[in-house]
Design a protein around this ligand. Sequence first.
Ligand SMILES: NC(=O)c1ccc[n+]([C@@H]2O[C@H](COP(=O)([O-])OP(=O)(O)OC[C@H]3O[C@@H](n4cnc5c(N)ncnc54)[C@H](OP(=O)(O)O)[C@@H]3O)[C@@H](O)[C@H]2O)c1
Length: 262
Amino acid sequence: MPFFGTGDDADMTHGPLPLAGKVALVTGGAKRIGRAISLGLAGAGADVVVHYRSSGTEARALVEEIRQLGRRAWPVEGDLGDPACASDVLQLARGSAGPVDLLVNNASSFVGTRLDMVSAAELHADLDINAIAPFLLAKAFAGQEREGAVVNLLDARITDYDAQHVGYHVSKRVLFALTRMMAVEFAPRVSVNAIAPGLILAPEGKAPSYLADLAHTNPLQRHGDPADVVDAVLFLLCSRFVTGQVIFVDGGRHMRGSMYGC
Ligand SMILES: NC(=O)c1ccc[n+]([C@@H]2O[C@H](COP(=O)([O-])OP(=O)(O)OC[C@H]3O[C@@H](n4cnc5c(N)ncnc54)[C@H](OP(=O)(O)O)[C@@H]3O)[C@@H](O)[C@H]2O)c1
């Protein structure tokens, strides 16, 4: 049956799309939130291509873990800072796994830079990794000319202003715009949605109290867990009728005022 069903009355089951047997590619899928997404997809019955750049050891260990769950899995390496690499990553994934049904653009660089300090090279680097590479991957994915679903990882702060990470902030806003453009352009075969996480995991190197200290910045006054992101990713990948949507997984942080982090 086609990915989204045929639309015939007999086919309108209205249940979520089954992920069992689908092939998923998760960029930056070896660690942290990406690892949780890879495992969540495997738990839902999908086979998983775990993309990595520097975390080869973790990627190979995760691939073994997924195989132990009875799913197929493959590691794929690539530096998404090089735009030419994005379509190569999809080709490598297809070479191992065959056609890819689900794409999760999770990989991201999170470099601290303020507006008065940021250089053109730093802006370009963040744009390449956080916006251009996800776009080129999704474009190559849509070029497979088969039905499928894309989820892009944004950030809850796209609605206001992250003054400490200017290149990251700009690039996530560009990816937000591209998400909506791709949702229109890649329809009807491919759905394109996004998740905008809030406080989920502390950036590497931060104090253990980081999440607890910032919990007061969102209306629910707590921090989330990678599992909260996984739930939302799976919902979007399984949906028959949602595209161009952003789900904020942030305890309501996006409804607060701007200038957080100044
Ligand atoms: N953590 C949070 O609370 C939070 C909050 C808001 C939004 N988000 C978003 O959610 C997603 C996951 O967050 P996270 O904190 O788990 O991400 P992360 O640890 O900062 O990065 C995820 C992975 O991105 C990969 N990556 C970085 N630069 C790359 C490059 N040039 N080429 C290829 N891969 C590259 C790295 O893979 P290797 O390790 O293999 O190099 C890294 O493990 C990100 O898109 C992030 O912006 C997270």
